[in-house]
Design a protein around this ligand. Sequence first.
Ligand code: ADP
Ligand code: ZN
Ligand code: ZN
Length: 735
Amino acid sequence: MGAVLDDHRLTIARVEPLTRTRAVRGPFDYRLGPALAGVEVGSLLRIPFGQRTTLGVVIELAGRSELAPERLAEPEAVLPSGLPPDLVELGRWMAAEYCSTTARALGMLLAPGAGAGMAPRQTLAAELTPAGRRAVAGDWAPDDGARPLTERQRARLEALQLAGASAAAELGTPALRRLEARGLVKLTLRERPRRPQHPPAVGAPLATPPALTADQQHALTPILAAVSARARDPGRFLLHGVTGSGKTEVYLRAVEATLAAGRGAIVLVPEIALTPQAVARFVARFGDVVAVLHSGLGRGERHEEWLRLRDGKARVCIGPRSAVFAPLADIGLIVLDEEHDGSYKHEGDPRYDARTVALRRARAHGAVLLAGSATPRPESVVALRRLRLAARVDGRSLPPVEVLDMTGSHHPLHPRTRMALADLRRGGGKAIILLNRRGWSNFLSCRSCGHVWLCPDCDVALVLHRASSLVACHHCGHRRPVPDRCPACRSVAVARHGAGTERLAHELSEALGDASFPVFRLDADATAGGDTLTRTLTRFEAAPAGVLVGTQMVAKGHDFPDVTLGVVLDADQTLRFPDFRAEERTFALITQLAGRAGRGDAGGTVLVQTLAPGARSIAYAARHDSDGFLADELSRRRALLYPPFASLVRIVCGSAQAADALAVGAELGRALASAPATVLGPAPLFRLRGRSRSQLVIKTTKRRAAIEAVGAAVDGVAAGAARRGVSISVDVDPQ
Ligand code: ADP
Ligand code: ZN
Ligand code: ZN
């Protein structure tokens, strides 16, 4: 019991081993020998763990352990990219908030590549010592008893003399180490900076700030006051500004003030590849103090940016959701651009929401939170102090929106849309067309027997991708060649139903496209990587006229002044999902797409094609009435007890056997019987990746207690479920 090692020195590290297994929960105690005196909370260690070696993060230091000293192992090594202590705290909070484990949450926060043991990129530089130079000249003899130089060693030394330090990599580290041991070579580690190339700018960044509009000035006043206040909870704002109202300029000024106050800022953007303009503006305004973290960068580059932030060399971090974990020492401001965007939710364990994490981090640092959107979430309207930008910069009006009823229509484009496109081609303007569906056609069926081609592993239809000659499952990625006959009746008559972006772009190109009126496509298929997305946007911007067709990607934040026509096809598609956020999503998509049109002197028009012209969200979007929509949506949610008036937690059980998935779901339901929540289900969900699934939805107004109850229930059934091959995933605040 309680063997005391040393009461006055912290010689015990409580370490969370970074394992994915839910059943293994740390922390475990390790003994710190004198060689490990520098270990602190957040240090990343390589530790012996059971029969193997793993990585672990120190979450606490202690003077004593419950275990006898001889039973404690010592860490094998301290790795260079440890976490700042506040991120350790954040990881522990995330584990609890999202019903995950501390290990998984910490794994999320580590420097990119830290788990792979990535050190700052150092290169070995080698130079000859005086003895080495003598050896090259033939004027050197080994000490008594040592072997003389081999031919290859002599050749290496000669190469070094010729090529200098840079040749080290080609000469082989082990060989150089042996020469070092003989005193012939001096090796030094040099840091080679690995700075990313910032994405090319679309649109000219404003290096010199423009004079603020009165609206911007007005919105900034309380923000700037909060930034300089250094209060414990300086303020949380929602910049509700119509599209094109200059929200980015407000963020820039807020960051400027934060830097002037000697503090750092995090700027979260939905997807860097789709918003290179925003990034370019920050880099143009603040230069080297900006670090960009995004997945388009190599791991080494991201690692380097991470270290620049941790070491205070960069004080502004701009990036997608994971940038909320940027290791800044003193955060004064967190900006959430396009706060309504679904990409802020992470879809792997822990299923965190960067917006919620941002709030938590802002609170911990005493930082200002500044969220912005033209279509804010009801959650944010309730939780944050709203500031308005009611008009577009330069007072341009928002484009008129026409709703086009498509019931009974067989052509994918309404006559009004076709006319508008033809006019545009004649007059030489630009259009953006949104169709939120990739591929050529939605599904294939046999004309003789009605057979529908389904994914073998999911309960969904396969989508035809003509250019790549295959049919693909959009849920699991399963793909196979386009079928030429029906497997059931051998008929060769295969019908293609519906149209996706591939077909639409093709048909528009046939009908309208030529060198002076090109058709571009922007979706996950047309683009093989971040670079290509940016290139498509750059080409569209550079073209004097043309059409950009794409999925929701085309609606995101782009600022092209010469787009005069915006078109939404199948606008009610998002309404057909059985989800309480369907209306919110539809409203946002139409409003955001409308926001891309009419940003220049030529004005603009927006056409919305739909089978549900009377839908609430479509009608509000057509009137640009976000206040009306929000008021309506909030009263509906209050009545039905949906967020922000309650919290939802979703539990999904997956298994090869449908009965097992349902049985574990039912077990969880029983375990949650006394939880302070309404439990709905278990209900079967469609099959995914060969797994049958069941779902429970927990609705609660006692968030903390309900999450704890869910965690306990999952822990209670986890072992039995695992034995039956049933996986359980918990999603707090599902999207
Ligand atoms: P939002 O994010 O609100 O849709 P943006 O930040 O993209 O709007 O701004 C729209 C355009 O207005 C951009 O081209 C931006 O450079 C420009 N802009 C912003 N503020 C001003 C200003 N005060 N004066 C002139 N132009 C501005
Ligand atoms: Zn058939
Ligand atoms: Zn599938």
